[in-house]
Design a protein around this ligand. Sequence first.
Ligand code: IMP
Ligand code: MG
Length: 182
Amino acid sequence: MAAVELPEGVERILFSEEQIAARIREVAAEISDRYRDEDGLKLIGVLKGSVFFLTALARELTIPVKIDFLAISTFSGGARAPGMVRIAKDLDDTIDGEDVLLVEDIVDTGFTTRYLLQTLAGRSPNSLGICTLLDRTTRRIVQVPVQYRCFEIPDRFVIGCGLDYKQLHRNLPYIAVMNPEY
Ligand code: IMP
Ligand code: MG
């Protein structure tokens, strides 16, 4: 592989663009299989982090798909500080009676995902699942049922494929680890 110029503060690449694409294809095949007999699957993305993963996943699905987005904000301010979550921008449409897959960039402490699951479950979907690009189970504080995960990652801050450091680097096609001293 040709050497890639890494942005300042980035230590190393954890998963290459090719590895990510291959893994998304595998997970998409599982999801297509699971939802084949349903009337269609609604992917719900959490802005902004899950946008890149959601579109990549959606393009690999072989079943009819709808998409909708919501945005959340945390009261705590710190990038990794777990805390209270609220919906800053809600879905455009109802999910009543639909098969819904919540698509996340990363499940870390689990606070965000648990809040979203509880909120969405209260809107009477036919089914509700979670699909995440990254899972960092070593930092989990509240348990959430993750049905589909592309990669388990170590306890390091990562960027790329939708994940940001101070809102930067979401567009990197790979997942990289930040230098902890940066
Ligand atoms: P949780 O509520 O602790 O599970 O945190 C989830 C949110 O924290 C994610 O949706 C991300 O926005 C952010 N986050 C957690 N870990 C990282 C990381 O390593 N890089 C970038 N953002 C992260
Ligand atoms: Mg973020």
